[in-house]
Ligand binder design. Structure first.
Ligand SMILES: [Mg+2]
Length: 190
């Protein structure tokens, strides 16, 4: 373990996810900046799938912070492949952002379905063993990631503003399940 990142959180090992534990991320962090390059190397990751809304950018926004851009550049310079994996159907926003960043994208990904994950891994030339997803939602990003066999990282949403469906239908059970998973020792972080 590198000593230069001793204040940064270390990623838990990848463990198999069965049954309802497929809802449990391998790693729970505050934001993308906790997912540092040394952690990715330690996990043997070659490709990173990125959720868009409330993970990389604020809900329905296109601009990202200088820190987020720096994080992306650092990963790219280290040779990581990146792919935006977004469920939005109508917007071409993910395409515009991906073009600007110089990374791959899959929109209408239909997470937690696994087709979008497969397509993204094909684009990046990675396998589930060398792929990780970062996202803010249990029922799309995390469930889809675990079903696809990739390493799953859950971040806290960047802001409270989100689809009414997400806010009122997905988040309440997500909170209950996170508490249960934590209580049973499946989720040791945060
Ligand atoms: Mg999201």
């Amino acid at each position: 373990m590198s000593s230069e990142n001793h204040e940064r959180p270390n990623p838990p090992a990848r463990t198999a996810r069965h049954g309802w534990v497929k809802l449990c991320p391998h790693w729970s962090v505050n934001n993308i900046h906790d997912v540092h390059i040394n952690a990715l190397r330690e996990l043997g990751i070659a490709g990173v799938l990125l959720d868009l809304d409330n993970t990389l950018v604020r809900w329905h926004q296109e601009e990202m912070t200088a820190e987020t851009l720096a994080w992306i550049t650092e990963l790219q310079e280290a040779g990581m492949k990146l792919c935006i994996l977004s469920n939005s159907v109508l917007s071409t926003r993910s395409e515009r952002i991906a073009t600007r960043l110089g990374c791959f994208f899959v929109r209408s990904a239909r997470k937690p379905g696994i087709q979008g994950f497969r397509k993204a891994m094909e684009l990046m030339g990675t396998t589930p063993d060398t792929t990780l997803i970062v996202g803010d939602q249990m029922f799309t990003d995390i469930l889809g990631g675990n079903r696809s066999g990739v390493y799953t990282v859950m971040v806290k949403p960047l802001e409270k503003h989100e689809f009414a469906y997400t806010r009122y239908v997905s988040r309440p059970p997500e909170r209950v399940l996170l508490a249960m998973l934590r209580k049973r020792g499946h989720l040791k972080h945060l």
